[in-house]
Design a protein around this ligand. Structure first.
Ligand SMILES: [Zn+2]
Ligand SMILES: [Zn+2]
Length: 629
């Protein structure tokens, strides 16, 4: 996969968007800065934009403390009650410099210095507070209806850790108390689902400074969930006619020079070591390695499409300030796939990728999916006619899906058009997961060829595709989607058997053995703790089934399961429970692949584009056999 973005960044750059809510939020940031300056006259102000869900302001001052929230809010309420007008002034650059220098606002001075000489500068004033700003603002401070100071964080001037450390305050504002209340409830819900907290609470993963920031250590329970996800990915790849490959984590610098990554990706490359007079780098992407496999022999038109898939672990340098839980890390695994295809196969193969992505996301419970098609940018490589045909094919794919999609004209990469899929999670947050990207460039860089029916040498087209994206990031999304309460097939422990008394301990162990023998993941809690404590512990760990056993159950050879939602189920024979749990635990299977449709001849001569099987509503593999002679 070529896309280096793992996280969708908040909108926070530059000008204030001109909508009433953004205007009010940005105005609230001025009021907050004023409040901080009233409380801490020596604090220097940096910048204070509105962002997607509120606003922030950066200050050069001592770190804030929890009690400051109330103090700042109280001061803001006073300023709002004063109902001061926001007044815009336009001055020359030199006048602005003089003004902000006299107030000791060195960050504002630095910003003004970057403005071309002779230009005019605008600032806004309410009361005694002056801020360099293009606006727009609300009329008066009293127009700020409902606000809240949310949190403090460290930040760097201009986002660069070599610069001064600043103190950031996040806040939000809404048009009514009711909307603010609803927003705060959503934030509370997001916190309850935060994968970093749940990761610790459920003992799923950790990071260790000794290992290095941004490198994930998967603990047994988290590793199991990941194993299930990866197992499903491998199985589905095989069912879809992909072949599995493995490639190394380190390669000669020349490989990345040929691919172009060395030139265009340098600041993200990790390591660099000199061995036996050769330079080596740590793998930032899987593509060049899959290309090396393609190049290992002469390919014929009959071999195409070739579909390689790998859960490929890659390493990319990210600024330490940008690291965030599992969402932005330095080492991560992509559910990566690369297809080598003929130009006439673009429509069919991209359609299969998109169907595959939709199916996978559905399978994990994500039904709300947005699609985006990005086309040729102004500067592009290759033949415009090939681009036109490729985009035509991609539009055809999107149209046949029968789902709405958004066009991003000119938003494709220089090397090819692409299709992206975004999901919405349980509380309405958007995540970019799948991407399907055509690539005309890498086949050229590596001089890839295949032999056409007439014996001529032709260049294949490449498709980069990732369905879930980064496994680490997808795990974060999964944890937050389920608030840690994984569905049965993913749950690392499916049932915990709790003994009521010491006399029932043996039976608890027997029940666990019986469940394990059936391939289920069970454990016993035979500690001397009170039953209430055992139940609470299992609930904290979000274990799907608790089975409380006492002497009576032992005598009757029954169990009385209780779900993690607190539902007490009637007593049932142990064998029935084991059978039921096994049935409920089956890993989901993609239904779109009916056996009758899974056998299609492969290796046929190039078909005319009109014979496309993608007009059918479901995707299917061309080859039922994942290995080729
Ligand atoms: Zn790739
Ligand atoms: Zn402003």
């Amino acid at each position: 996969m070529k896309d280096k973005e793992q996280v969708i960044r908040p909108r926070d750059k530059g000008d204030v968007p001109d909508d009433p809510l953004s205007r009010m939020r940005h105005s609230a940031s001025h009021v907050m800065a004023d409040a901080v300056r009233r409380l801490r006259p020596n604090a220097k102000v940096a910048i204070g934009p509105s962002i997607e869900t509120g606003f922030y302001y950066d200050f050069d001052t001592e770190p804030f403390e929890p009690g400051d929230v109330e103090r700042i809010e109280a001061e803001m309420r006073k300023i709002i009650a004063e109902n001061l007008p926001f007044e815009r002034r336009v001055v020359s650059r030199d006048e602005a410099l003089k003004l902000f220098r006299s107030r000791g606002e060195k960050y504002k001075v630095e910003i003004i210095e970057s403005i071309p000489e002779g230009d005019e500068v605008s600032y806004f004033q309410h009361g005694d507070f002056i801020d360099l700003c293009r606006g727009p603002h609300v009329e008066r401070t009293g127009d700020i209806k409902a606000f809240k100071v949310l949190s403090f964080a460290g930040a760097y001037w201009r986002g660069d850790e070599r610069n001064a450390q600043l103190q950031r305050i996040y806040g939000t504002a809404f048009g009514s108390e009711q909307e603010l209340k609803e927003h705060l409830a959503r934030l509370e819900e997001a916190k309850r689902r935060d994968h970093r907290l749940l990761g610790k609470q459920l003992d799923l993963y950790s990071m260790d400074d000794l290992v290095g920031p941004g490198f994930v250590l998967w603990h047994p329970k988290g590793a199991f969930v990941r194993f299930q996800v990866e197992d499903l990915i491998r199985r589905e790849n095989l069912r879809r006619g992909y072949e599995l490959v493995y490639t190394p984590h380190v390669a000669r610098e020349q490989l990345l020079e040929t691919s172009g990554h060395l030139a265009h990706y340098k600041e993200n490359l990790f390591g660099g070591m000199e061995l036996d007079g050769q330079r080596f780098l740590v793998k930032p992407m899987n593509c060049p390695f899959h290309i090396a496999i393609y190049r290992s022999q002469m390919r014929s038109y009959r071999d195409l499409p070739l579909r390689y898939s790998e859960l490929g672990t890659v390493y990319r340098y990210e600024r330490s300030g940008a690291l965030h839980g599992l969402l932005r890390v330095r080492g991560f695994t992509q559910d990566d796939g690369h297809l080598f295809i003929r130009e006439d196969q673009i429509g069919d193969e991209v359609a299969r990728c998109v169907h595959f992505a939709l199916d996978m996301l559905n399978l994990f419970g994500f039904k709300d999916i947005e699609l985006f098609l990005s086309t040729r940018p102004e500067s592009f490589m290759g033949d415009a006619a090939v681009w036109d045909r490729a985009e035509e094919a991609l539009k055809g794919v999107m149209d046949r899906l029968g789902r709405p999609y958004q066009m991003d004209e000119g938003g494709g990469a220089f090397y090819g058009p692409k299709i992206d899929l975004k999901i919405k999670d349980a509380i309405g947050r958007e995540w970019q997961c799948s991407t399907v990207q055509l690539d005309f460039q890498l086949p050229l860089n590596f001089d890839l060829e295949y032999v056409a029916p007439d014996g001529s040498r032709q260049r294949p087209v490449m498709v980069h595709r990732a369905l879930l994206g980064s496994i680490e990031r997808f795990m974060a999304v999964l944890i937050e989607q389920h608030a840690g309460a994984f569905p049965l097939w993913l749950a690392p422990v499916q049932a915990r058997v709790l003994s009521v008394s010491e006399k029932a301990a043996d039976y608890a162990t027997q029940v666990v053995e019986r469940l394990r023998f059936a391939g289920l993941r069970a454990e016993a809690d035979t500690t001397a703790d009170k039953l209430g404590a055992k139940v609470r512990r299992a609930q904290m760990e979000k274990i799907p089934y608790m089975v409380v056993v006492g002497e009576k159950d032992m005598a009757a050879h029954v169990v009385s399961p209780r779900t993690r939602e607190g539902q007490q189920q009637p007593a049932e024979p142990l064998d029935d429970f084991v059978r039921r749990l096994a049935e409920e635990s089956v890993m989901p299977q993609l239904l779109s692949l009916q056996p009758s449709q899974a056998s299609q001849p492969s290796g046929a001569a190039p078909a005319s584009p009109s014979s496309s099987p993608i007009s059918q509503p479901i995707s299917q593999p061309t080859s039922g056999v994942p290995g080729k002679p």
